[in-house]
Design a binder for this molecule. Sequence first.
Ligand SMILES: Cc1ncc(COP(=O)(O)O)c(C=O)c1O
Length: 538
Amino acid sequence: MPENHQTFIDGNSLEPGTQRIGIPQRTDTGKSAEHAADHGVFGFIAIFQVAQTYAQDPTRMPGIKLPLCLPVAQPAAIDIVFFIQWPSCIDEMQVSPKRMHAPSLKSLTFGDFCQGIEIMYLEEGQYYFSGGLPVLDIVRRYDTPLYVYEGDIMERQYRLMTASLQVPSSRIFYACKANTNLHVLRLFRSLGAGLDCVSIQEVDLGLLAGFAPGDILFTPNCVSLEEYEMARERGVLINVDNISILEQYGHRHPGASVCIRINPHIMAGGNSKISTGHIDSKFGISIHQLPHVLKVVEATGLHVAGLHMHTGSDILDVEVFLNACEILFGIADHFPDLEYIDFGSGFKVPYRNDDIATDIMEFGERISIRFNEYCRQRGREMTLMFEPGKFLVSEAGVFLARTNVIKTTVSTVFAGLDTGLNHLIRPMLYNAWHTVENVSNPLGRPRIYTLVGYICETDTFGANRRLPEVHEGDILAFRNAGAYGFSMASNYNSRYRPAEVLIWQGRDYLIRRREQMQDLTALQDTGVRIPFEEPERN
Ligand SMILES: Cc1ncc(COP(=O)(O)O)c(C=O)c1O
């Protein structure tokens, strides 16, 4: 090692003239700062409200030579940045393998800053939500089953995505089917997102949440012409996914502005149920039907303002995605009035440690280069659009359930929960993986459990999962529950749907109350009295 390197307790060293910067999780209470100087930490770059907390109370950082609290948007020039996994305190500080030498922060992406923020973390035998709220306190306050979302993680994901796109004009439309709670919609509206809606009801929820009609894209599949008409009345952007409707809509509204959903015939997506762009898929208009589409456009004078594709969810291979984009560029040449191209979504989020995830910064960079090049070739600026659902909200949610019973059979130990496929159907519907943790007994001896629900079908959340010993009454937490969790929940078996809580800047808000019997019966109270006879009794 060259001379003058400073070496710290953790074994890492810095080159002379460089500085070490900590990026604490928002959960950090300041305890870690006391030890930071021993580790050569020069200052902190904090994200969102953590910056404010530190800035307001510099005494929380007594050991720091020069506290540096920067909102992420205004990074200063710093020579070196260490990314610190900060789940506990700096005593056990691990410097992550990611160690960056950067001439200035310009070369660091926002994504780099966002590392290490997690919705839930374990410290000294207790689970906390980001913001320092003990998970079990939240359970005591709101009971189970319960969905809990972290708004700051939604914000992080949104900013990550917008920062990844380096084009003159881009928009992110949140695919709200993933989570339609009005408060979540309002959060995304406040961030500047648009909304991608697949039903007129989602459109109406979006309008209720305050989205302007021009910020809503209606992207339905196999709906009636009447539903398109309803969307038109509301003034939202219309995306047509079949030739029959395109033709009828065009004849009714010659010259109207539409987006067209193309099926590029690419096999992408985590499994067949969530792959939408292949040749047998019901979604979109086949690229092979392009001549027909062009005829309809010519005959009706429709103004094709947008092209769209969505090839599936959980796409593993970015190359596949980029290939599909190329196909769309090829088609775009036929539509001179295009104002935007919407490449849909399908970004893969991690479901377990070391899981594959879309490297959004890399993807953003590559698609931006290609998009800019394409716009240059055309001699016309267009807006680059995406409509992520899972990417924005999946990791921002956990689902909490209570263990009703431990049932030991001759072959299996079941943990039977106070929930089922009625509340979280993803594992049963498409074998989705949710990492599960025992929040009540995190340090217990590991044992193997099959986690099941209370529904009268086999509703297995996970087979043979290794968990710290689970007792009856223990609370289990399912990660990645922010997307397609509550929005797919039902009242099957006449169970109430769970309550939902949003944590925003360290405070918890009840954003949907738990259902009651009257919620199950209200709509059946239509005033009719059918004269059924009383049974005869002996
Ligand atoms: C048209 C459309 N756009 C966007 C999405 C969101 O996909 P994801 O949740 O994988 O981001 C979907 C999901 O099914 C979709 O059908």
